[in-house]
Design a protein around this ligand. Structure first.
Ligand SMILES: [Zn+2]
Length: 179
């Protein structure tokens, strides 16, 4: 069984489709042999125009971003702000350039959360805000910027899920117990 991709920030739909296409492409390239999922270089070659940034080499608004020894693939064709495969992170730098620094860093930390905590979105959200609090880049105002970012436009069916995630993150941010 091929390794499963983690989900992006927008939810299951598009990220899952992309993951499915990639898994299919990689299985076909290897003649159907068992695979452990794409490598960052393989992913970048497959999507085209993407760039692999080695661990410790990524900066967002001048701040060095690290997620253990995980590299980041900059893929501006990605249909989301960020995504994660086991072993590497993916960021869309074009979309990221439109959001405040706190939100950029939270997105990176959220995708990093998937590396260490698995595919659950709420767990990755919690990991990200607690990391931000510990490292000093996330203030209560920053949490509200994240809430504004995930708050979908009026009338969207995603509204409830966005508010729910925001409530959970506020609780996590205030919780002294690290999860
Ligand atoms: Zn996620």
């Amino acid at each position: 069984m091929v390794a499963r991709a983690f989900l992006g920030l927008a939810g299951p739909g598009s990220a899952k489709l992309l993951a499915g296409l990639l898994v299919f492409a990689f299985a076909a390239a290897s003649g159907g042999a068992a695979q452990s999922g794409p490598t960052p270089e393989g992913y970048a070659a497959h999507v085209g125009g993407a760039k692999v940034i080695p661990p410790g080499g990524l900066r967002l608004d001048g701040r060095r971003m690290t997620c253990g020894q995980r590299p980041t693939v900059i893929d501006d064709q990605l249909d989301d702000y960020g995504a994660a495969y086991p072993g590497f992170l993916i960021l869309n730098s074009k979309l990221l350039s439109r959001v405040p620094t706190s939100v950029k860093m939270w997105i990176y930390a959220h995708e990093c959360g998937h590396q260490f905590r698995g595919p659950d979105e709420e767990t990755a959200d919690c990991f990200a805000v607690q990391r931000g609090r510990r490292q000093g880049w996330l203030t209560p105002e920053g949490v509200e910027e994240i809430c504004a970012f995930i708050r979908p436009s009026k009338g969207s069916s995603m509204h409830f899920s966005g508010s729910h995630r925001c409530e959970a993150m506020r609780r996590c941010y205030a919780d002294p117990k690290v999860r």
